[in-house]
Design a protein around this ligand. Sequence first.
Ligand code: CAA
Length: 257
Amino acid sequence: MSYETILLETRGRVALITLNRPQALNALNSTVMNELRQVLTAIQSDDAIGAAVLTGSEKAFAAGADIKEMQSLNFIDAYLGDFISGWDDVASFRKPLIAAVSGFALGGGCELAMICDFIIASKTAKFGQPEITLGVIPGMGGTQRLTRAVGKAKAMDLCLTGRMMDAQEAESAGLVARIVEPERLVEEAVAAAEKIAGFSQPAVRMAKEAVNRAFEQTLGEGLRFERRLFHSLFATEDQKEGMAAFIEKRRADFKNR
Ligand code: CAA
């Protein structure tokens, strides 16, 4: 299957998805959104894939929602059509998804990176929520996910002034997991995804689900949820294999069962 705005490659057990609208700095129009949803649906049901990496170009991960597409939108159409709600499907993707960010990750681009499970950034990455400069506010989760990631002070600063933060600032603030040299970005993200894909997939899925719960409920409820998932993993063959391998000082051979 070929796509207009996305390149899809398989590297081992990892799907590498590259946003490919260079003429618009990977601005996120409805075609990108729909193609990304299709790609993720296909990856979701492909047992040969254990994790995915989402990246852009060296200059831009994505420069935001497509302003040219949005310019003439009116309230009624935006509201009745629930404009950009399709991105929720990306957040519902159950396999690990790593954002490999180089260059601009602005507006919807920053929000898309934050929808991913974690961000590996090149030294050149620049994050921001410049919607305020356009007379709007973030609409793909920027005010919520950014605030949870970096706290109120920086989230307010970015959303109200529209300024960008560089990779270093984003890492210190907790938005970015790792910073790498630009030429190693995709390699490092794919290596991280490959490592994840090699673990027991029930455990990987539950780890993702449990961490995401931390953003949705109280500590007590989250701890109980985690405990129940933890208990359930003792029903898997992979738990027996993983622990036996440790004790026998060998590498675990997980079967995802
Ligand atoms: N939408 C549509 N087109 C975009 C775009 C966007 N978000 N960002 C860049 N482009 C286009 C430009 O219009 C330009 O196209 P033309 O050559 O046809 O004029 C091309 O990409 C290259 O961009 P620039 O010439 O502007 O490149 P630059 O290097 O001078 O500047 C930039 C780079 C600072 C990222 C600048 O492009 C910019 O500020 N882009 C807009 C960023 C922005 O405001 N994003 C938020 C969008 S709103 C949003 O995302 C809402 C939400 O929360 C869902």
